[in-house]
Design a protein around this ligand. Structure first.
Ligand SMILES: C[S@@+](CC[C@H](N)C(=O)[O-])C[C@H]1O[C@@H](n2cnc3c(N)ncnc32)[C@H](O)[C@@H]1O
Length: 421
């Protein structure tokens, strides 16, 4: 979702996509109805074998509750891929990962694996509940009033999957079945109960994954992450929540970006809401199989015109040549338009522009206020450790040291002209 684009499985080698009903016949291999029974039949599995275990790996696999189950060596990856499960992860929530042994080793060294007391996440049900909404399936709703900036949820994945284009859909499905079956019953059930695009029994695991996936970087490589609870959050082009994924703590974190009333739906953006309607609409239809009926989509002509105004004003604010006509009023106008469009969760850039526009004319108080807001909103949007957060905090701490300070002091230029001119 949003800048992070969820729900994209890598393209498959299988000529025809088995996620599409009946097209599995076009694929080169067959699987039995349970998919797993054949895992030990190497002659039918060109790449994978469930029994191809690596003894060294077992020695290192301290947190794993099950023996890793691996594919053969895949030349393109220069590695095999294995299923690792830690059933006791976070007091029995459990986690499975399908990845390379090198990444698994790195993954196992992360602090969440060694936290015996629990991670202090995976328990935010005092904030939200789920219910069906007409035309939207199951949704996440607020249990009570929620303040802008409040933490709404923080959950770890049930499953992480290395994004590889090498395995065919059916080969991958066999391993994902093992990964999901090895999860503790409650986590497995919540995985299997999630929405599915295709309802094709041949590829249930990937159907769930494709319909609900976020992306998380681990060991320098993007993994698909299936996190059951936030998977119930529907899309809105004016969302009231923002999320980020933290690879170090293995957590998907969601904050409110404006006040939310009791029983109001909690929404995130699956597609960049700063793009025009046509592109958003196409992304949502192709990637997520629905037609968005949100307020901005229903009023898309007006909404697109506002986006165009925003882009024009922003381009002017980013023009630092002496010819720039940008003013602090332009910066305030962009902020106002974002708010009118319900884009509070994306106000980091507009506040950043305002901070610099005020600094440029020597208004330290307003520049500092906007720099602080830019830092706060970016931390909620991308996580507190992204470099931009520290940059805005630095500016707020010492605004006169920022490069933009005094850059557009027209009076100053006039004085110079008078003195030397
Ligand atoms: C990650 S799931 C969200 C939870 C889902 N509603 C459920 O029942 O589990 C994504 C799917 O939810 C539905 N959905 C999400 N946002 C929607 C919206 N604004 N309008 C209609 N359907 C939506 C679409 O079917 C989409 O493919």
């Amino acid at each position: 979702a949003s800048s992070n684009s969820p729900l994209d499985l890598p393209s498959q080698r299988c000529l025809s996509d088995p996620l599409v009903a009946n097209s599995e016949l076009a694929c080169s291999e067959n699987i039995s109805s349970d998919g797993i029974a054949r895992l030990d039949r190497k002659e039918q599995m060109p790449i994978a074998s469930a029994l191809d275990l690596n003894d060294d790996l077992l020695e290192d696999a301290v947190p794993w509750s099950h023996e890793p189950v691996c594919t053969f060596y895949i030349d393109e990856l220069e590695s095999e891929l294995c299923v690792y499960t830690a059933a006791s992860f976070d007091r029995g929530r459990g986690i499975s990962i399908f990845t390379t042994p090198r990444i698994a080793e790195e993954f196992a060294s992360l602090s969440p694996f060694w936290e015996v007391e629990g991670l202090g996440v995976n328990d935010h049900t005092n904030v939200w509940y789920t219910d069906a909404l007409p035309g939207k399936g199951i949704a996440m709703l607020a249990k009570r009033s929620i303040k802008s900036g409040e933490l709404l949820s923080a959950y770890t994945p049930a499953l992480l999957v290395y994004m590889d284009p090498q395995l065919s859909t059916l080969q991958r499905e066999k391993f994902l079945k093992i990964a999901v079956i090895q999860l503790p019953a409650a986590t497995r059930d919540s995985y299997l109960s999630l929405t599915k695009f295709y309802n094709n029994p041949m590829v249930v695991m990937q159907d769930v994954l494709k319909s609900n996936t976020f992306e998380m970087e681990i060991g320098g490589h993007m993994h698909l992450a299936l996190i059951p609870e936030p998977s119930r959050m529907n899309h809105d082009c004016a969302p009231n929540a923002q999320y980020y994924l933290d690879g170090a703590t293995l957590t998907h974190v969601v904050h409110a970006t404006r006040d939310i009333g009791p029983d109001e739906e909690i929404t995130i953006a699956y597609s960049d809401p700063l793009t025009h309607f046509e592109l958003r609409h196409r992304n949502l239809e192709v990637g997520y199989h629905f037609s968005c009926q949100c307020r901005r989509c229903q009023n898309h002509e007006a909404s697109d015109a506002i986006l165009t105004t925003i882009k024009t004003l922003t381009a002017s604010l980013e023009d630092w040549t002496p010819a720039s006509a940008a003013t602090t009023e332009d910066a305030e106008r962009v902020i106002q338009l974002f708010r009118e469009q319900g884009l509070e969760g994306f106000l980091d850039d507009p506040h950043g522009h305002a901070a610099m526009a005020y600094a440029a004319v020597g208004n330290a108080e307003e520049a500092t206020r906007h720099a602080k807001l830019a830092a706060e909103i970016l931390a909620i949007k991308m996580g507190p450790t992204v470099p931009g957060v520290a940059d805005w905090e630095d500016m707020a701490a010492e605004v006169k040291a920022h490069w933009s300070w005094g850059k557009r002091k027209r009076g100053f230029k006039g004085t110079l002209n008078k003195l030397f001119g």
